[in-house]
Design a protein around this ligand. Structure first.
Ligand SMILES: Cc1cc2nc3c(=O)[nH]c(=O)nc-3n(C[C@H](O)[C@H](O)[C@H](O)COP(=O)(O)O)c2cc1C
Length: 162
């Protein structure tokens, strides 16, 4: 699959099977996150990979639109530190998108959940260097088949915009 096909295939997935994400796949997601570009190469991001059900349930309860987090086998908290770089939001967003695209390539469903609350309390015990939420990101095997009308529709929209 070339890069454009991958981007066109990505969709937000909010319903997951109970199948776990393989450790090998998780490593690929980590590699994708760290491959993102970074302003001044400051790399102010921190990633917390969460599988523990109780922690996922707690994350789910932190926001109105994160109701799927306790059902996703894997949740990634993307955290930044605003003291490390003025570009921390852009950098974390680039990393989050990289994760989404790699998940798509691996056949995993995923959704990006925006979080802008102060992360200090949640992350203090896990990632003390992080200060701010950038986003939460959920992934897992999904029910949806990869066949979908959406990519074609998006492609034609992009073409007609030229
Ligand atoms: C910054 C950001 C925050 C988002 N927050 C949420 C969220 O809290 N909950 C959710 O279900 N989807 C969230 N989404 C996913 C969007 O709803 C989704 O990308 C949009 O509806 C387009 O659908 P698509 O991803 O399938 O192309 C977020 C996406 C972005 C980029």
């Amino acid at each position: 699959m070339d890069a454009l096909d991958l981007m066109l295939a990505r969709r937000s997935i909010r319903r997951f099977t109970t199948q776990d994400v393989a450790l090998e796949d998780e490593q690929n997601l980590i590699d994708a996150a760290f491959a993102a570009p970074s302003g001044n190469n400051a790399r102010p991001w921190h990633f917390v990979f969460v599988r523990d059900p109780a922690t996922r349930a707690r994350l789910k309860d932190m926001h109105e639109w994160t109701w799927m987090l306790d059902k996703a086998p894997l949740v990634v908290a993307v955290l930044g530190n605003d003291e490390d770089s003025p570009w921390w939001i852009e950098d974390c967003a680039a990393a989050a998108e990289n994760i989404l695209l790699e998940a798509t390539a691996l056949g995993l469903g995923s959704v990006w959940c925006g979080m802008r609350e102060d992360a200090t309390e949640w992350s203090a015990a896990r990632e003390p260097a992080a200060r701010c939420w950038a986003s939460l990101w959920a992934s897992g095997a999904c029910w949806r088949s990869s066949a979908s009308a959406t990519p074609a529709r998006r492609r034609s929209r992009a073409r007609s915009a030229r």
